[in-house]
Design a protein around this ligand. Structure first.
Ligand SMILES: [Mn+2]
Length: 288
């Protein structure tokens, strides 16, 4: 099998995937129309659409991908389409197809009724995600991935919006968006998917998985993507377990992280410039 390269674009919350010279760019969590929810609270921020498009244009011009994957939560309002989304979302996609014609959306929990807002050329998968080259599995993270993704050596997800909180000696808090890389256990993921599918079996989940889905599960390198919309708040990944692991945080983790199938505590956090911050459990003392 040929080598697949998975690497963040320098200084950008965007991931580049490459296999045999074919390049695919991934961004997650745009939350278009997020400004509208703020304006309901009396805070007025100008539309982020032109700014997001400009940033995407620069990245696409630099890395020349064949395809752009939007890894969930393209829009902000959940399920129902808010009036403003009829403006923001189509405006965004009209601009985006000019920048790159091949667009694949992997829906997130905010992407109900996205289809009527997108041009017909935009492909939308199910929320169980997609696999590329049988080596990269991409899913948003709010739901279990589809069975074949567990055979991929690399898994990519969004949804969490990871940020790291630093507290200096004077008590000032500094928050930075971050990448998290962590190892997943194929066996634990297989257990999770089988359980989600209400499968009854005895013995080894890996064997059962191979029998049921015809997929040989592997331990994968997981990348948890920062949100592309940098105006959004994020989930501080290094809050003390007693302090920050609220129900909301657990909700943000999604079933895969909650199941413990990804070794998040030993995950490595990086800033956009590539600075290695340390392992998640070591970073907790910085937030105290
Ligand atoms: Mn989400």
């Amino acid at each position: 099998m040929s080598e697949t390269i998975v690497k963040p674009v320098a200084d950008q919350p965007a991931l580049l995937l490459e296999n045999q010279g074919e390049r695919v760019l991934v961004v997650a969590d745009l939350h278009l129309g997020w400004e509208v929810s703020l304006s309901h609270q009396g805070i007025h921020v100008p539309s982020q659409v032109p700014r997001l498009l400009e940033r995407l244009r620069n990245i696409v011009n630099n890395v020349h991908p064949r395809q752009l994957i939007l890894l969930g939560d393209v829009k902000h309002a959940v399920a129902k389409v808010e009036l403003e989304e009829w403006k923001y979302v189509p405006e965004f996609f009209e601009g985006l197809v000019e920048i790159i014609p091949d667009i694949q959306v992997v829906p997130g929990n905010h992407d109900g009724n996205l289809e009527p807002l997108t041009p017909p050329s935009v492909k939308i998968s199910t929320s169980e995600g997609i696999s590329l080259w049988n080596t990269v599995g991409l899913f948003h993270g709010h739901a279990w991935p589809s069975p074949p993704l567990l055979g991929c050596k690399n898994l990519v997800m969004g949804h969490l919006h990871p940020v790291v909180v630093f507290k200096d000696p004077l008590g000032f808090r500094i928050t930075r968006q971050a990448w998290v890389r962590a190892k997943s256990s194929g066996q634990k993921l297989a257990e999770g998917v089988l359980k989600h599918d209400s499968s009854k079996y005895e013995g080894d989940p890996v064997d059962e998985y191979a029998k049921k889905y015809g997929v040989k599960v592997v331990d994968a390198d997981c990348v948890i993507m920062p949100s592309f919309n940098d105006y959004l708040g994020g989930q501080p990944i290094n809050r003390a377990l007693t302090e920050g692991w609220t129900d909301l945080y657990k909700e943000y983790m999604g079933p895969v992280l909650r199941s413990g199938a990804v070794d998040f505590e030993n995950g490595e956090a990086y800033l956009f410039d590539g600075t290695f911050l340390g392992r998640v459990h070591d970073l907790r003392k910085l937030a105290q």
